[in-house]
Design a protein around this ligand. Structure first.
Ligand code: AMP
Ligand code: GLY
Length: 426
């Protein structure tokens, strides 16, 4: 097929960035987003609905003669949106794993067992339930601090606790079994602490072959110097200097290849993105986690570095023909700075008018938590905008991103001022 009608499912900065890249493809006929946001509205037709509403997505597919669906967030994947769509529309191309494949993100225990079975380097671990609390406490005694406790299920990025004191770790464990993270914490993985620098590696796979997308580093904490509360991500950089050729070769051999082989060996229907969160421990990569989607705000940096046709790559992923695909990656550096509502990740106010987006010249502004109020763009979430600039060095990309951020304002707006600084210093 030469021209595709494409539906992107989701509403964040990640989905805006994916849609933005797809919109550049000569193979695109019409682009739709469900529900999308005011940013995607400029390049696609937004269809109201929830990403987790299977019937709404199916209706959008039917009414718009969609050829390819790209699912952005993890929740609908874990809940089986892909299985549902494929059963209903046998010819539809869908980029996103089945519910079984999505367990790589949806269950930490599933992911860890998978890694162990296929010899993929990861931290030593065991999984426990409330019934095996005594064993869990005994396992803690065997470990050295800090102690890493992970709720098994999806917990909106909050299910990982890293604790120095064993007493506190025991108490937290009890709280997790007691329902602190709802059902997500009814099972808990306890694992060895890995020290090193993190990097996010992204892969597209059709279950047999794979394409490696640009890697990125994200900045999770709210404050400069990686201080304060954990957020969904305050910025990102791609490429990551320490993820050089030698390191990426280890990642491909020790992690990507066995992961895809494992997916095939388990007969898992997996045609979509894999996001591998890695720790670089003295030059050796260890998997911290799998996600079955792209990262946010890594995607915003990653998409600006793909020079080849993402829509073709996604269609080949969904169609099982990735073997013939080649990806072209820009040598430039991308830096993304996220502008958030004051107070985030705790309480914040919304519906403040945003000004200055139109003044940004040499950067891309991706919408994350925005809405329209009449003809005005207003804030509507914690993470409001992701501003991405590309340049020939980290320093220049950072400068350009912050220059663009400086053009934009809304009441109580906040952003970190040190995105990429740690990489400049390396
Ligand atoms: P996750 O929700 O699995 O991404 O974990 C959240 C964050 O916790 C990761 O991005 C790491 O910074 C940290 N983390 C998770 N597991 C470990 C580990 N075994 N050792 C050190 N840090 C970890
Ligand atoms: N930026 C990390 C994530 O998307 O999970």
């Amino acid at each position: 097929m030469s021209a595709y009608n494409v539906l992107v499912v989701g509403s964040g900065g990640r989905e805006h960035a994916i849609a933005w890249k797809i919109a550049q493809s000569p193979s695109l006929r019409n682009l739709y987003c469900l529900p999308g946001n005011p940013g995607t509205a400029q390049i696609a037709v937004n269809i109201p609905g929830k990403a987790t509403d299977k019937e709404a997505v199916a209706a959008a597919v039917e009414q718009n003669a969609i050829d390819l669906v790209v699912v952005g967030p993890e929740q609908p994947l874990v809940e089986g949106l892909v299985d549902y769509l494929k059963a209903k529309f046998p010819k539809l191309l869908v980029a996103g794993p089945s519910a079984e494949g999505a367990q790589l993100e949806g269950s930490k225990e599933f992911a860890k067992d998978f890694m162990q079975k296929y010899g993929i380097p990861t931290a030593r671990y065991r999984a426990f339930t409330g019934e095996t609390l005594d064993e869990a406490c005994a396992f803690l005694e065997e470990m050295r601090p800090p102690y890493v406790l992970k709720a098994d299920g999806l917990a909106a990025g909050k299910g990982v606790l890293i604790i120095d004191d064993i007493e506190e770790a025991r108490a937290e464990l009890k709280e997790m079994f007691g329902g602190k993270f709802g059902n997500a914490g009814s099972k808990v993985v306890i694992e060895q602490y890995l020290s090193g620098i993190e990097v996010s590696v992204f892969v597209l796979t059709d279950g047999t072959d794979y394409l490696i997308l640009p890697e990125a580093k994200d900045y999770k904490r709210i404050g400069n110097g990686d201080t304060g509360l954990n957020t969904g991500g305050m910025g990102s950089v791609s490429p990551v200097p320490f993820a050089d050729k030698a390191f990426m070769q280890k990642v491909e051999e020790r992690i990507i290849r066995p992961t895809v082989k494992g997916i095939a060996a388990e007969n898992i229907d997996y045609k979509g993105f894999i996001f591998i969160g890695l720790m670089n421990c003295a030059g050796d990569p260890y998997v911290i986690e799998y996600n079955v989607r792209m990262g946010d705000p890594e995607t915003e940096s990653v998409m600006t570095r793909i020079d080849s046709d993402l829509l073709q790559h996604l269609a080949a992923t969904a169609g099982g023909t990735l073997k013939d695909e080649k990806i072209e990656i820009s040598g430039k550096t991308a830096v993304t700075v996220v502008m958030v509502s004051g107070g985030y990740p705790e309480k914040y106010k919304s519906l403040y008018p945003i000004s200055g987006i139109g003044d940004v010249k040499k950067a891309q502004v991706f919408h994350a938590g925005t809405a329209m109020s009449g003809s005005e763009v207003v804030t509507s979430g914690g993470r409001v905008l992701a501003v991405t600039a590309n340049a020939d060095s980290i320093k220049n990309a950072k400068e350009a991103a912050y220059k663009a951020v400086g053009c934009i304002s809304f009441k109580d707006c906040y952003n970190r001022s040190d995105i990429a600084d740690d990489l400049l210093a390396l």
